[in-house]
Each structure stands twice: as C-alpha cells, then as structure tokens.
Ligand binder design. Structure first.
Ligand SMILES: Nc1ncnc2c1ncn2[C@@H]1O[C@H](COP(=O)(O)OP(=O)(O)OP(=O)(O)O)[C@@H](O)[C@H]1O
Length: 153
C-alpha cells in the first residue's frame, strides 16, 4: 500500500511576512477570498495528476457540447457533472493534505478510511460523469459516425 508517496515539498514559511500575519484572519476582502480560492485550485492542478486529467476530459466534454449542439439543458447537465468531478478532486486533495498534516507518514486506520472515502467520492462522480456523457453525447455521435461505419461494411 502506498502511503503518501507524492506529498509535494511545501515551503515551511509564508512567501511574505504579510502573508503569514494575515493567514489566521478572516479574508479582509472579497478579492483576497478569490485569491485564496484560486491558489487552492492551482495547487490541485499543479500537484494532482488526476485533477489535470479530469480537467482535460472536462474541457473535451464542454467542447463536444458545443460541436454536437446539444440542448442548453443537456449542456448544463454536462457542465454540472464536470464541475462535480473537479470539486470532488479538490476536496480529495484537501482531505489528503489534512490527513498527511495530522499523521504524517504514520499508518493509521482512520487515515486510511478518510483517504479511501475521499477517493471513492471521486470515483463515484467520475462514473456518473461517464454515464451522463454516454447518454447525452451517444445519440448525436452515433448519428454522425453511423454513415462512415456503414460504408466500411
Ligand atoms: N497515513 C496513512 N495511514 C493508512 N493508510 C494510508 C495512509 N496514507 C495513505 N494510506 C492508504 O494509501 C492510499 C493512497 O494514499 P495516497 O496518499 O498515496 O493517495 P494517492 O494515491 O496520492 O491518492 P490520489 O490518487 O487521489 O492522489 C490511501 O487511499 C490509503 O488507503
């Protein structure tokens, strides 16, 4: 069993004195809130291969929604499904970091439960996304490909 082999090297100190001073306070303004949220998203993107893969697949799904001219409701369902997978990935990253912060490289049964449940949540969202993609993109893709496939046989 791998025990956190990919924990990224993090700086132990804040990037600036003001960052350390402000870090324990409520974000002073809306801009700071967005900045912290964006840094969470970029952290997940830079450190988690699965998050990058899911982002790429999400982009392909959204592009397909445009190219295949699915209905607005169908496009909204695709967008929500893509967002659900990415949200699960970010929460999975947050929980993994929290577990590693708490127990480090020590084996703990509850650490395993947290990480396995978080991974399970990502898997469920991904399976649901595949189902949604098959149901929404399947018929128009089949309509496009059928003439080519028929000409082959
Ligand atoms: N401290 C720990 N104590 C017990 N089991 C652990 C611990 N850390 C990790 N594990 C087990 O190893 C598995 C993989 O953990 P790891 O931290 O490597 O996640 P990961 O493979 O990087 O996950 P992801 O692919 O989602 O990033 C966990 O699902 C869990 O079963």
């Amino acid at each position: 069993m791998s025990m956190s082999p990919n924990v990224p090297k993090l700086p132990s100190e804040a990037e600036s004195p003001s960052q350390e001073r402000d870090s324990w306070q409520v974000a002073p303004n809306l801009f700071s809130s967005f900045k912290y949220a964006w840094s969470g998203i970029t952290y997940a993107f830079q450190t988690q291969r699965n998050f990058r893969i899911h982002s790429g697949i999400g982009l392909i799904a959204l592009t397909l929604s445009i190219l295949l001219r699915v209905s607005p409701v169908e496009a909204a369902i695709v967008a929500l499904t893509v967002a659900a997978v990415m949200v699960m990935e970010i929460l999975n990253t947050a929980l993994e970091s929290l577990v590693d912060l708490t127990v480090g490289q020590t084996y703990h049964q509850l650490a395993k439960v947290v990480k396995d449940c978080a991974a399970g949540a990502v898997l469920l969202a991904a399976v649901a996304a595949i189902l949604v993609a098959a149901l929404i993109f399947g018929p128009p893709l089949w309509g496009l490909l059928r003439p080519y496939l028929a000409s082959l046989v």
